[in-house]
Design a protein around this ligand. Sequence first.
Ligand code: HMG
Length: 389
Amino acid sequence: MSISIGIHDMSIATGEFVLPHTALAEHNGTEIGKYHVGIGQESMSVPAADEDIVTMGAAAAAPIVARHGSDRIRTVVFATESSIDQAKSAGIYVHSLLGLPSAARVVELKQACYGATAALQFAIGLVARDPAQQVLVIASDVSKYGLDSPGEATQGAAAVAMLVGVNPALVRIEDPSGLFTADVMDFWRPNYRDTALVDGQESIGAYLQAVEGTWKDYAEQSGRSLDEFAAFCYHQPFTKMAYKAHRHLLNYCGHDTDNDDIARAIGQTTAYNTVIGNSYTASVYLALAALLDQADDLTGRPVGFLSYGSGSVAEFFAGTVVAGYKEHLRTGANREAIARRKPVDYAGYRALHERKFPADGGDHPTPSQTTGPFRLAGLSGHKRIYQAR
Ligand code: HMG
């Protein structure tokens, strides 16, 4: 019998502020139904001036280290596409803020929103080789598009931390995976830009093509049949995308596309993403957190995961929810991470959006805004200075 490896613990964090879509709609004259119904978004997380992928990633990971200790963690994989440095892994700052052992390897992984799934699979491989070890996987991103662009309404920010190990308390990740890669320019961010470029309709088409591709490969690898799954966690750049994707998958497989069936398969996965916005690498795992936090009882039930990253790479795989999982959830803390955000008005959001560190190597302290456990105190001599509070 193969050993059981998967997600042993999971914790989320998001930004200090929240911009409701009503404020964005009022600014740009959009009919609010387009946001609430058309793309399925209510609000977006906005990081404070003294927050970034490191502070959110550390905030997500800290409760996991507090609960399990760090003795077994020999690898930290930080998945992001909002990298703060071209050379140094953001994970090293987290490793330091959390006081993790020096006998560890820490790396950063990138492939758009797919990166955290690569990290999860790499973690499983390491644990299979040495079941005594645990891997800390952190997915953390700030999604930023141009002001007044169509993508603006799909921005967001969040981190999910997962402890991967044997005999997981939450979800056992199964073999096989369905894989798909295609060279498409649907969404990208050249190194000289801090906002993404996107061809919106092309990106939706590329995502749907990847859904087909991963499922085709999953079926060829003798995966489960569609009707075995209790729910499906899709990457959610906006929550309506999960509905589009699932409808597409059902069509592709020759199934009925009954709205109630689709709502049953997706409905409980969107609660966090609809108020946080696109958190890129974290999005599909926020869908899992929302599902586990809300579903009645998923013990023994398989959940389908569709992880998509523009460019593009996608993976479909199954995870089985483990008996007793409810005792290990962080439902209260997850809800609090979202509820504690402070509303920001449109002008405040715009000022934060336009904020940029000067590149002159000088001392640039940040205003003290976050009430989270970690803050980015500033930039000095081209170095980011972080503080634990
Ligand atoms: P848009 O042009 O602003 O909106 O772009 P639209 O005209 O396509 O309308 C959107 C929906 O709202 C439509 O529904 C309208 O009918 C509806 P649909 O036809 O899609 O079912 N609508 C209304 N509904 C109710 N009441 C109304 C109303 N008005 C219109 N009054 C778009 C939307 C998502 C393309 C844009 O926001 C965008 O470019 N977003 C960024 C790209 C994106 O999220 N792509 C998703 C797939 S790619 C991906 O997932 C990867 C990504 O996460 C990056 C990564 O991998 O790193 C992005």
